[in-house]
Ligand binder design. Structure first.
Ligand SMILES: Nc1nc2c(ncn2[C@@H]2O[C@H](COP(=O)(O)OP(=O)(O)OP(=O)(O)O)[C@@H](O)[C@H]2O)c(=O)[nH]1
Length: 319
């Protein structure tokens, strides 16, 4: 370890250990001048210790926030207590490149740091030591795990064919919205939508073309709804859409607009361009519903009426 004149010159073996240990050791005086640092700091910064000694920390490491560092260091010196900083609070204090294969997560070494007041023989705090731990492996492992978990959570909520919410997740959102309405009434409408004569599409043009149609209808639902609307694939060719802050009349108009957009779609499939229609049922939330299933039944009744009356239409179910 390179050191100031008053340093630990007697302890060659100790110096050797400090010099080669796989953590960074940096000692500063109370003016933030570097009085000692070890091989880890030298190797990772690429700065020779003779160039760094007696220099201001902030000159040698301009990336270190002066305000933040001084606040941290002053507290340590005044309270004579250790302080810590973790990679989760601040990914790094010193901007060192890590030497791992490319992680895709970061170019830089994640660090945990400990700040230690160094008390002299006279009992005064005359120096501050900073110990730097390379925690890149732990940090990247945790970040990657979080990303995978987020992806898994998203996959478990999403229908693979349509990218809409799957039925299970849609029902979770639907029932929590229903519970919210028990506490706080609002104009919220449920639309159930089903592709007309879809079996024929499959039977005539094949399952693959059927899938293309389902995807196109889903995209139309996504493209035409608001971000606050909650759209899910409820069954094979049946969709559920919850419109927040929308009364029956507005919801009916929305449903009709969507119906016309879908009827106008030219769906490109292996079997050629296909056109389909949909039938819809609209039911607004009513305080007299006993449970959320009744709301779905109401929208379904509207949907069946649309089917019975010739399909390609929207029916409002009053209650
Ligand atoms: N291609 C494809 N077909 C599906 C999928 N899920 C369900 N189906 C088919 O969708 C069809 C639904 O048919 P039915 O419930 O009889 O209804 P329909 O033919 O649409 O008739 P109506 O609803 O009365 O207009 C069935 O043939 C299912 O096999 C899917 O993911 N892909």
């Amino acid at each position: 370890m390179t050191q100031s004149p008053q340093g630990l010159t007697e302890f060659h073996w100790l110096i050797e250990v400090l010099q080669t240990v796989d953590v960074g050791i940096l000692v500063l005086d109370l003016e933030y001048r570097i009085t000692a640092w070890n091989g880890f700091m030298e190797n990772n910064s690429g700065i020779n210790s003779t160039q760094a000694l007696d220099q201001s920390l902030f000159t040698v490491f301009p990336e270190v926030s002066q305000e933040w560092f001084k606040h941290k260091a002053d507290t340590v010196v005044q309270l004579r207590n250790r302080a810590f900083t973790t990679w989760e609070q601040r990914p790094f204090v010193f901007k060192f490149r890590h030497n791992r294969p490319i992680t895709g997560v970061t170019e830089f070494m994640y660090q945990n740091c400990t700040f230690i007041p160094v008390i002299s023989t006279s009992g005064e705090v005359e120096n501050l030591a900073v110990i730097v731990y390379d925690v890149t492996d732990i940090a990247t492992g945790k970040i990657e795990l979080n990303l995978v978990n987020q992806r898994l959570a998203q996959l478990s909520r999403t229908d693979g064919l349509t990218q809409l919410y799957n039925r299970a997740y849609w029902e979770t959102l639907f029932s929590s919205e229903y519970m919210r309405l028990q506490r706080q009434e609002a104009e919220v409408c449920l639309i159930m939508l089903d592709i007309d004569h879809f079996k024929r599409v499959n039977d005539t043009y094949g399952h693959q073309a059927g899938d293309d149609v389902i995807r196109a209808v889903s995209k139309a639902i996504r493209d035409n709804s608001r971000t606050t609307d909650i759209a899910g694939r409820y069954g094979g060719e049946e969709f559920a859409l919850l419109l927040l802050d929308s009364d029956a009349q507005n919801s009916y108009q929305f449903a009709e607009r969507l119906r016309k957009k879908i009827a106008a779609l030219q769906v490109a499939t292996e079997a050629g361009i296909l056109q389909v229609t949909v039938s819809l049922g609209v039911a607004r939330w009513l305080p007299q519903f006993q449970h959320h299933g009744q709301w779905i039944e109401a929208a379904d009744r509207g949907l069946y009426r649309s089917k019975d009356q010739g399909r390609n239409q929207t029916s409002i179910e009053a209650g």
